[in-house]
Design a protein around this ligand. Structure first.
Ligand SMILES: CCCCCCCCCCCCC/C=C/C(=O)SCCNC(=O)CCNC(=O)[C@H](O)C(C)(C)COP(=O)(O)OP(=O)(O)OC[C@H]1O[C@@H](n2cnc3c(N)ncnc32)[C@H](O)[C@@H]1OP(=O)(O)O
Ligand code: FAD
Length: 600
């Protein structure tokens, strides 16, 4: 608690080596423990101690075969038996089997299971979480009534045993209910400080925020790894050149720079966001521990939820697209498994899905922004979010009257240019999304359809633009802060501006559509500025990856060792491959004992 950053460093260091290893450990010691700590109370301390000592191994168990995103509709039930003071857990059918749960396949002894809580009078009180014993810690055999197994091979993270679990009249003590959102009184009555079921659902899902914040960090690690590999490779790999005699490193080509250096800039900007946001999460968690019930604490929870629900999608997609670009940027050698780009890409992939599908989560962020917009515009209540990410929305009318004023690419090399454009973009998309939603509400028979039909081009773009603005603003503030070493500021500011312009250029159509840009000049000078920054950063690129890359042993990619001896290292790794020079055991079938073609 004194130095919470150490936890982030540990997660990221283990993850740089291997995500399965890291996830296996942290699902147990952080995700399970976090769900018990945040969702429970003093009576659950024993589980925390056991987890800390590695006596029990576990995870959260929310998803089921037929329900993932729609947690409200989870069908696992927990009936309270007043006579024995126990909950009886049941999975109504195999479609309600818990599914995908990490550590469940082979090793989990306990899990935080989400289920619908029923009191003895038959009333359902919605989704709650319970600590359920899955296996005997001494034998790893399932507990009576628990059917548990492994779901099989996945596209990545195969060092994790993702599993399923079904419950048949599994009895657990009443105390195993994690009671921060609701509890059963000694007389068997249900009590909760959340009267509104929607709020109660939000509170019981609150623990997912810490996972989402951590996942942002995980994806930044992946981005750092892939850009380190691709930039080191590109600085040493030579093809063509201005003359037939001379071949130059591929990093000298503008196209290669444009493909890679923006991802390097993204790695720096997202890294800062991830670390500073992690500290915001710690502030929230300290509040939870101190039982802070102030309005500020509640607002902080909402803001962190909104930022994490867009931060995870943006960061995981950036790493995913970056990994593919880096793989291709290393040509054929990028496709060789020992160079690790494939494993990193595949291990990053589920970051787009677990702890909430990216497209589903973005809707939480746009809902939050639309709610604030309503308060500002209709109720004249200025927005004062604790982290300040939405303060600029108070000036939305003035911001919307602004136009793009830069006239040269040089002017665009200042990060205030993309920042101002982002402020306009968010305000514009907010106004348009709100209008679209109202129109759809008039057409549709229900709010569900109206919201669904306002996502594409509106709410989804809004959530992404908002988080890009937040990340850019934070990195801008950091690179202009007096505590940031003056000698580093110039290069960091270039990275900041490049990240801003590169991200902004994906919204060109909307910037023109809404009238912030007019004529061909804005588009052209932004493109020129992106290329100019890539060229300016090119000579620093290797140093910039040396600063973020782990040691060679951890990076584990022969084409990207720090010594830059590309071919020596690759050749050596290939020759050390298993049985690389050996004749195959089936050589005779291939050469002399061939089957008859007709028989084949
Ligand atoms: C320090 C930690 C270290 C961790 C180390 C990391 C290593 C980990 C390795 C990674 C391994 C991954 C393991 C994976 C685990 C999982 O995947 S667990 C399963 C996770 N499942 C999901 O995430 C499902 C996604 N769905 C949902 O979360 C919800 O159903 C929903 C879509 C967000 C909400 O659906 P809906 O029923 O439509 O409800 P709403 O009306 O939108 O919401 C009700 C109100 O609740 C608020 N809310 C929701 N969630 C939160 C939250 N987390 N925090 C705060 N508030 C929340 C929501 O905003 C609504 O509020 P109002 O609008 O004010 O009413
Ligand atoms: C590697 C891995 C590990 C996991 N570990 C765990 C774990 O430890 N514990 C656990 O409980 N769960 C775990 N999960 C499950 C994970 O949380 C879910 O897969 C995730 O929440 C998405 O739910 P789903 O798979 O049911 O997809 P669905 O909700 O069925 O979504 C399918 C598609 O429909 C779209 N969609 C759904 N709803 C909407 C909507 N409202 N608007 C627009 N589009 C929509 C989605 O975007 C998606 O493209 C894990 C998953 C993976 C891949």
């Amino acid at each position: 608690m004194e130095k919470p950053q150490k936890l982030l460093v540990l997660i990221n260091s283990l993850g740089m080596y291997d995500w399965s290893l890291a996830a296996k450990f942290f699902l147990n010691t952080q995700v399970f423990a976090g769900a018990v700590g945040n969702g429970g109370s003093e009576r659950h301390q024993n589980f925390l101690n056991q987890t800390r000592n590695m006596e029990v191994g576990s995870n959260i168990c929310n998803n089921q075969m037929s329900h993932g995103s729609n947690t409200k509709a989870i069908r696992t039930v927990a009936h309270f038996d007043a006579s024995t003071k126990e909950f009886i857990l049941n999975s109504p059918d195999f479609e309600a089997a818990k599914f995908w749960v990490g550590n469940m396949g082979k090793t989990a002894t306990h899990a935080v299971v989400y289920a619908q809580l029923y009191t003895s009078d038959g009333q359902c009180h919605g989704l709650h979480s319970f600590v359920v014993q899955i296996r005997d810690p001494k034998t790893l055999l399932p507990m009576p009534g628990v059917m548990v197994g492994d779901i099989g091979k996945k596209l990545g993270q195969n060092g994790i045993d993702n599993g399923f679990a079904m419950f048949y009249n599994v009895r657990i003590p009443q105390e195993n209910l994690l009671n921060s959102t609701g509890d059963i009184s000694p007389s068997g009555k249900y009590t909760s400080r959340y009267k509104d079921p929607k709020q109660r659902l939000g509170a019981s899902l609150g623990t997912l925020s810490s996972g989402r914040v951590s996942i942002i960090g995980m994806t930044v690690v992946n981005l750092k790894l892939v850009v380190s590999i691709a930039i080191r490779f590109s600085a040493t790999r030579r093809q063509f050149g201005p003359t037939e005699k001379e071949e130059i490193p591929v990093l000298e080509y503008q196209l290669q720079q444009w493909r890679l250096i923006p991802y390097l800039a993204a790695a720096y900007a997202l890294d800062y966001f991830s670390k500073s946001f992690f500290m915001n999460l710690i502030e929230l968690q300290i509040g939870i521990l101190m039982k802070d019930r102030s309005p500020r604490q509640a607002e902080l929870g909402k803001e962190i939820h909104a930022l994490s629900c867009a931060g995870k999608p943006l960061a995981s997609w950036t790493a995913q697209h970056g990994a593919q670009e880096c793989r291709e940027a290393c040509g054929g050698h990028g496709f060789l498994a020992i160079n690790r780009l494939g494993d990193i890409r595949n291990d990053n992939d589920p970051n787009c899905t677990y702890e909430g599908d990216n497209n589903v989560l973005l809707q939480q962020t746009s809902n939050y922004l639309l709610g604030l917009f309503h308060s500002i515009r209709e109720d004249n209540i200025p927005c004062e979010s604790p982290l300040g990410s939405t303060h600029f929305l108070n000036d939305f009318k003035t911001i919307l009257s602004h136009k793009f004023t830069a006239r040269t690419a040089r002017e665009c090399l200042d990060c205030t240019v993309p920042l101002a454009a982002y402020k306009w973009l968010v305000c514009y998309l907010l106004r348009e999304s709100n209008q679209k939603l109202q129109q759809e509400r008039q057409k549709a028979t229900n709010d569900f359809d109206a919201r669904n039909n306002s996502q594409v081009y509106y709410c989804r773009s809004l959530a992404l633009a908002f988080i890009e603005h937040t990340i850019l603003q934070r990195y801008y503030d950091y690179t202009h802060d007096t505590s940031t070493p003056a000698s580093l500021q110039p290069v960091l500011r270039k990275l900041c501006t490049l990240y801003g312009l590169w991200s902004l250029s994906k919204h060109m159509a909307v910037l023109y559509q809404g009238g912030y840009f007019t004529g061909e000049l804005p588009g052209k000078i932004i493109q020129d500025a992106v290329l100019e920054l890539c060229a300016e950063l090119k000579d620093d690129a290797v140093s910039l990856v040396d600063a973020i890359a782990p040691p060679d042993f951890i990076l584990n990619s022969p084409i990207a060792k720090a010594d830059g001896e590309l071919y020596k290292n690759l050749w050596s790794a290939v020759l050390q491959g298993e049985k690389v020079l050996e004749r195959p055991s089936w050589w005779a079938e291939f050469c002399t004992k061939k089957p008859l073609i007709a028989k084949l």
